[in-house]
Write a protein that binds this ligand. Sequence first.
Ligand SMILES: Nc1ncnc2c1ncn2[C@@H]1O[C@H](COP(=O)(O)OP(=O)(O)OP(=O)(O)O)[C@@H](O)[C@H]1O
Ligand SMILES: [Mg+2]
Length: 610
Amino acid sequence: MLDEMIEIEEEEHTSQLTTPTFNRIAALVKPHWRWMAGFLAAIMTTAVLDACFTYINKLIIDQGIVPGKFNLVLRYAFVYGVIQMAESGLFFICIYLVGILGERIQYDLRKSTFNHLQDLSLSYFSQNAVGRLMARVTSDSGRISNLMTWGLLDMTWAIVSVFSSTVFMLVINWRLGLIVFSIIPILMLIAINFRKSILKEFRKSRRANSRISGEYNQNFQGVRVVKALGREQENLREFSILTDTMFRASYRAAWLSALFLPTVQIVSAFALGAIVWYGGLQSQIGAFTVGSINAFVSYLTFMIWPVQDLARVYADMQNSIASAERIFKLIDTPPEVQDRPFAVAAETIRGELEFDHVDFYYEDRSPILTDFSLKVKPGETIALVGPTGGGKTTIVNLLCRFYEPKNGCIIINGHDYTEYTLHSLQSRIGIVLQTPHLFSGTIRENIHYGQLGASEGEVEEAARVAGAHDFITSFEKGYDQNVGEGGNLLSVGQKQLISLARAVLAKPEIFIMDEATSSVDTLTEALIQKGMEALMQERTSFIIAHRLSTIRRADRIVVIEAGRIAEMGTHAELLSKHGHYYRLYTQQFKFENAEYTFQSPQSPASLPAA
Ligand SMILES: Nc1ncnc2c1ncn2[C@@H]1O[C@H](COP(=O)(O)OP(=O)(O)OP(=O)(O)O)[C@@H](O)[C@H]1O
Ligand SMILES: [Mg+2]
């Protein structure tokens, strides 16, 4: 977490605008170019009008006040008012358009990243933490849109302001104009360098700060170990080094921040001095007016702000470019599982199903399934059992095509399942997970999710079939009861019953259940059992089973160990073999309900008495 944060900061510090990134950012704005053209035109006009004010001031002084022509002053005052009103109107338009454009860019970015994230395969999410991913996507798209709106606005305003002020100064007196103009690059350089150094110190201090928090956590959560090992002195020394680093970085940042404005002011003071000196001399021979001196001073003091703005936008731009690159990288990640070019929609997947010499490994490439073959007849119920980490969930992940086999294939209705579209396969598979997920909202909405077109009657019917109706109606609000964030207001058993109802409503052709290992009370367990049976009827089903009651009812039990089929058969067959299943059974289920205790015909004495 900490390392990732530091890595991101480094990335932001070093990223440069490359042509491909620039082109893609430009492509984001292209559909909305009218809004952008509108606000750019408005802000440019505002900047030019700003520069006009100062010039009008000069005219008022030189032509009105100094010669005492007050009717002229009145006329200029009127022009002044009109320009001011025009500028206010333009400001309104500008800020309104920037707001709209920003929202549009963010909307597009969020939509395309959301869409793409949905398409990405499970493998992507097993390598990237979703919470942090979402937070990054949200803040990154905000930054990009900020750069293209407020950033661009500030930059345009600054450039046009400097440019138009310079033009007016050149018109008034080109020699002095050139002198003043020549200090702009100096100011710019100072501003950019200060910004960079200040940011660098801030970054150092932030990094030290997160290390300090980390140290706090470690040392005080593990306070017993620290004390037991007598590490206090040592820890204090390490901690002092960190706080020292942070103190020094913050100190330098404060020092630089304080120094910045005075430095700019000193440089401008030289220019101001030059104006007053040169202007004063010239005015003695009548070549320079009071109004002109005033105008020059105003232009110069005014130009400090655009220069600062430019430096700020420049610094922000680096962050935004890093953000853009992250977002584009995400959008460019191809989903590992995709429809093949000529994939067709499967009419049905009710037929025979076969794992044909399937090999599979995850990203780390250590083999999980090796030469896995299994034929399943339509309507059969398969119980997958075996030690933890054996590969049971992996098998159903492959079946759902969340991942695809690396070698071999999965055959459905006589065709390799990659010949079908993902949607036509996945929409026909109903799955209830080990840790069922509910969405925030009501119980009704959650069941409805199984089939959006279903009527309210069908929703309740599905809940009845799944055995969830009774507990739902016992709630004060019944089906309209809120389930809380991720369903956290309900018990695990209740969540599973609702997931079952959802699966019943979806009427899948293949049903998969990863049974919960967590203990639910016997009544709920019986309900879940009933719901499952309703779903398994006449459907091909794969149950990753932990409960003996489920296992015994399966048509076939497949024992998975280290990615291979260790044994296969019915409960009775497997017990009589005294092999893997027998061991599993005697270890895992011997304390289960007496009702399930099995009497083996061959060796009754060797079985556990419940
Ligand atoms: N996304 C993943 N990336 C890398 N390895 C994984 C991933 N998911 C599972 N594995 C590994 O694959 C092996 C099989 O895992 P799997 O989840 O299929 O086991 P399981 O039989 O379902 O176990 P359990 O009974 O505990 O649910 C394990 O060694 C596990 O560490
Ligand atoms: Mg599992």
